[in-house]
Design a protein around this ligand. Sequence first.
Ligand SMILES: *Cc1c(COP(=O)(O)O)cnc(C)c1O
Length: 381
Amino acid sequence: MENRICLSTPTIHGEEQGFIQEAFEKNWIGPLGFNCDGFEAEMTSYLHQCGAGYEPDLYAFAANSGTSALHLAIKLAGVKRGEHVLCSDMTFAATLNPVTYEGGVQVFVDSERETWNMDPAALEKAFEKYPDARVVLLVHLYGTPAKMDEIMEICKAHNAILIEDAAEALSSTYHGRACGTFGDLAAFSFNGNKIITSSCGGMLISRTREQREKAFFWATQAREKSPWYEHKELGYNYRMSNILAGIGRGQLLHLEEHRKRKEEIYRRYEAGLKDLPISMNPYLPESSPNFWLSCILLDKDCGVSFMDVMNRLAENNVETRPIWKPMHMQPFYADRDFVFAEKTPVNEDIFSRGLCIPSDIKMTDEEQDYVIQLLHDFIGK
Ligand SMILES: *Cc1c(COP(=O)(O)O)cnc(C)c1O
């Protein structure tokens, strides 16, 4: 193939330009304004629509990244120095680095095999070991909803605050309810490779007006109400700009279309690869993922390693990527505890055999067929 086939890149439509244009015309190009307000309102109304009759109180705050939205969530949860926070283990470091920003100590919790997300049995075990834990930080990996019924029940039983990292899971639902509306707090990301993008940005979802106001306060340098710059707390510069919010608003108009196309790509892989010794990233029948990234898991005895497959595809101009390396295997977090409930850690196994494959919604059927053919050449016997 002449063009490199990518994992996931931004897909811009045109309406974005209109929102940006308006910001320019009105000279509103700072980190506040009508696009920020509009984007927040449109996000909450979108999440309500996904809710199928379920109408939670949702207050959105547009941040300059998913990571800063997560940091604000950790601050709102009141994580203190030395406090243990029970975290998803197989995820992007951005999920849980904010715990470190606040001096908290992650306890990594293994995944189950049905969604590749936090294993309720391992979470229960983590609570037995750390009965004082107050906060659970959970990711919906690759847009696949976690086992929310079980997780919510455990959090409730232990009176724990649940934070959802829904960075990859905008528009994914579980029992018809949108990811990002289960937790006490949640964060989305609009980074360039996510299902929709604002080029760079994130959204914090909280449950009360007071939480949102507090997040806004921290995110805009913690300025007290005073004629001069008066500070009683440590502040940050975390607000989304009115320009980037405009891009986000234009993208939100195409979210459903992106989601449909992502699912189509997953289904074509599912059909095209079914005779190979692999499986696809799994999900529960009660959930409807957004299929942000399609992934494959090589069978244990298939005879090739994920690195072989990755290198061979790269030689043919096709981008793939290993599954997120589990956090308990990261040198930076080597001193953190890791709790698993199976005989051996599920995450180490998935990491050793898994691969994310091209899921760009602009990929043509011909390009996808080429990827499928290459996978047959390298894996099939
Ligand atoms: C992208 C991502 C983030 C971080 O979002 P940014 O907007 O890039 O800061 C956090 N968690 C997960 C799981 C992500 O995929």
